[in-house]
Write a protein that binds this ligand. Structure first.
Ligand code: G5P
Ligand code: MG
Length: 233
């Protein structure tokens, strides 16, 4: 069996989407992930027009308008050569509304590269607030740290570049509650949308270390002969 992986990752804020997609890309080298949040943060840092609009939405825990996100992520996929039947990729955080999903599927249908997996992370809300308060990121790469779970080797510095780590503008209790509400209101409906096509696989747990071996084993089993995994867990 040789099958490209074309996956969407869904889950509440702080569920570990970035952490787990990062591990899969490490273990399946040809795999590429695009995080919609990381793309937006890069625009904010570059002070583009999209960045200015996104910053205001993110500060309020609101979603960025669908049209902006659809154009942004499909052109990002295009520039990475992902609109092709042979490419393997994971989208983290996009699509997340019932308007974004069919628009993405339309672009993928033209490229004969339809989504073949939707991963839903079930992590209890009670454990994720604490994660967010302790999160630090390396903005240019999107690498994510947590002061207790995976602290940087040198405090305040990225492990790879040594550059300073920063807090995300939306990682505070008030905005986090709004992000959670937005997830419940919009993204939960999307899970039903993909469920009707038989694409959804749920992975549950209270820790990324508990979820990752299950995820790795599934991906290895379904797609593993094309991407040789480097590690078992
Ligand atoms: P984002 O950037 O997509 P969210 O809210 O969906 O943001 P977030 O917060 O990035 O999701 P995550 O990626 O699921 O969470 O989680 P993560 O970063 O891997 O882990 C969270 C923290 O926990 C990290 O510090 C990590 O180290 C730690 N951690 C991981 N596992 C464990 C564990 O097992 N134990 C412990 N103790 N810690 C752990 O979107 C942000 C905003 O951008 C806009 C919206 O405004 C959105 O609010 N946006 C969009 N708007 C419209 N449409 C879209 N498609 C949009 N995409 C983004
Ligand atoms: Mg993330």
């Amino acid at each position: 069996m040789i099958r490209p992986l074309r996956a969407i990752f869904l889950g509440p804020p702080g569920a570990g989407k970035g952490t787990l997609t990062g591990r899969l890309c490490r273990d399946f080298p040809p795999l590429i992930t695009i995080s919609s949040g990381d793309v937006l943060r890069q625009h904010i840092s570059d002070r583009t027009a999209i960045g200015v609009q996104a910053e205001s939405c993110m500060r309020q825990g609101k979603l960025v308008p669908d049209k902006v996100m659809i154009d942004l992520i499909t052109s990002e996929m295009k520039s990475h050569g992902l609109l092709s039947p042979s490419a393997s990729w994971i989208l983290d955080g996009f699509p997340r509304t019932e308007i974004q999903a069919p628009a993405l599927e339309e672009a993928l249908a033209v490229a004969h590269a339809n989504i073949n997996l939707v991963v839903v992370l079930d992590v209890p809300e009670s454990v994720i607030l604490d994660r967010i308060e302790n999160r630090w990121i390396h903005e240019p790469s999107g690498r994510v740290y947590n002061l207790t779970f995976n602290p940087p080797k040198v405090p305040g510095r990225d492990d790879v570049t040594g550059e300073p780590l920063v807090k995300r503008l939306d990682d505070n209790v008030e905005t986090f509650q709004k992000r959670l509400a937005s997830y419940r209101e919009t993204t939960l409906g999307l899970i039903d949308y993909f469920n009707t096509r038989g694409l959804v696989q749920r992975f549950s747990g209270t820790s990324s270390d508990e979820i990752y071996p299950k995820l790795l084993s599934y991906v290895k089993h379904e797609y593993g002969t094309q991407h040789q995994p480097l590690a078992d867990a």
